[in-house]
Design a binder for this molecule. Structure first.
Ligand code: HEM
Length: 443
């Protein structure tokens, strides 16, 4: 037993339990097993915690609701130094809300929540998304087939750019490649990751320039547009964000909206595999639609785990954590924990899950209170857009699903059905009783 295991947080002497150890270095196992990596070991060793090394760095892996409460509940962790550099730079980057802690984090986070939990903002984004989808539907009808994942990413780019206030001179197809490339390559280190990083720098420069024009008055955006709200944000000391950080935070709003395309692709897969839900929604019944969207977020793989570094020494269930310890919380494994969910690998919307409970058991976007922790602020937006996509897929159009390889490999992070979900024979549904259509996209 080493000295650290003998000394507790306030210097007293009591022995901590040794953390069970997996292999000396598990990097190859992680690459091989992907989303299952932590859970498989926890089950095998009958534990919710084990220690190993990843890329030779010591790591402590945890899973389950109690572990999530420890990870999110006690302000024990910072995200600084907790992600590989390429992942950090592609997803959040320096100067972002995720890189802050304590009071500065809460102040910046309030900006995100004021935009992303605001009913009018969510409704404006939903309506813009619907309009963009129906516009694209014209083109889909002319094509032999479409890869739904790619097609929806473009719709989401158009919607989030118009909603956020990105002027139309920024080419949407190019912006789509930039934003979706950030997510697709976040788990890699090869040439495509380097290309995505280069594209990200370009996007940051373009958006930084936008912020400069908004601040100088050269570009007049609506007062409620996210680009303007971030540009005009001042911190607790009354200071605006520097241009680079403002650009990073605007990307932090528009990039994850495009990332919802992955859940929409999985929702289409669920509609295909569980036909009774397709029929129910196609008949115009919205009952159970929210629970359907939430079950998509629970079942299908997105973020495998999230990393944090301990800010101070503390103890949990008799295990000692030292300052700087690198801890990975298993998000996917917790969402599939048999102790929390009956038949966790089955699609059962009747579970009636909701992000609104702020719990520690259903954690596709992290756990706890988003205002005070690093839990994602975008869950309301995500659920609203998955729900709208299901309405569009089942009521506004008809399509066929040709034979294809829909296998979802859990070794690939982020995961997707191999085919990206192809559909053909796409037709606008003329019988749909259209609600009042939103204004056309500003372009
Ligand atoms: C597409 C589905 C999404 C998934 C799977 C997802 C997942 C996550 C996860 C796992 C975290 C990290 C929590 C942590 O560090 O502990 C996070 C943070 C974050 N997400 Fe999301 N998210 C999604 C959608 C969104 C949306 C739509 C937005 C904004 C429009 C958004 C904005 C953010 C921001 C700004 C953070 C950093 C929060 C902080 O550090 O306090 N996300 N998200």
């Amino acid at each position: 037993m080493n000295r650290r295991e003998l000394i507790d947080a306030d210097g007293g002497n009591h022995a901590a339990k040794p953390i069970p150890r997996a292999a000396f270095d598990s990097t190859l196992a992680l690459l091989r097993e992907g989303y299952d990596f932590i859970s498989v070991r926890c089950r095998r060793m009958n534990t919710d915690i084990f220690a190993t090394r990843l890329m030779l760095r010591p790591a402590i892996c945890v899973r389950g609701a109690e572990a999530a409460e420890m990870f999110y509940g006690g302000d024990h962790f910072t995200r600084i130094g907790a992600m590989p550099q390429t992942t950090l730079r592609l997803l959040q980057d320096k100067g972002s809300v995720q890189a802050l802690d304590g009071a500065a984090h809460r102040h910046r986070k309030a900006l995100f929540l004021s935009i992303l939990l605001d009913g009018d903002q969510i409704e404006r984004l939903r309506a813009t998304f619907r309009r963009a989808w129906l516009d694209q539907l014209e083109d889909w009808q002319r094509r032999d087939e479409i890869v739904l994942f790619d097609a929806v990413n473009l719709v989401l780019t158009q919607a989030t750019a118009a909603w956020a206030g990105i002027p139309a001179d920024k080419d949407r197809a190019e912006l789509c490649r930039e934003l979706s490339g950030m997510v697709e390559n976040a788990g890699g280190i090869g040439p495509s990751t380097m290309l995505a990083l280069w594209r990200r720098r370009r996007t940051e420069r373009t958006i930084g320039e936008l912020v400069r024009r908004v601040r100088s008055g050269a570009l007049d955006l609506p007062a409620n547009s996210p680009v303007r709200l971030v540009s005009e944000y001042v911190d607790a000391e009354g200071m605006p964000l520097d241009l680079a950080s403002a650009a990073v935070e605007i990307i932090n709003i528009i990039r994850p909206v495009v990332a919802i395309g992955r859940f929409i692709m999985f929702a289409a897969l669920a509609l295909h595999q569980h036909r009774q839900w397709y029929d129910k929604f196609a008949a115009g019944d919205d009952d159970g639609l929210e629970a359907f969207a939430e079950e998509v977020r629970r079942l299908y793989p997105f973020f495998p785990f999230i990393g944090g570094r301990a800010r101070h020494p503390f103890e949990w269930k008799g295990y000692r954590f030292g300052k700087g310890d690198w801890v990975l919380l298993d998000l996917h494994g917790t969402n599939h924990d048999r102790r929390l969910f009956v038949e966790p690998d089955r699609f059962i919307p009747e579970r009636g899950l909701s992000w609104k409970t702020h719990g520690f058991d259903f954690i596709p976007h992290g756990g706890g209170d988003p205002a005070t922790t690093h839990r994602c602020p975008g869950e309301a937006v995500t659920v609203a857009l998955i729900m709208e996509a299901v309405r569009l897929l089942t009521r506004s159009m008809a399509y066929q699903v040709p034979d294809q390889d829909m296998t979802v490999s859990l070794a690939r992070m982020p995961a997707r059905p191999k085919s990206g979900f192809r559909i053909d024979n796409v037709r606008r549904n003329p019988a749909e009783r259209l609600p009042v259509e939103p204004e056309p996209l500003r372009s």
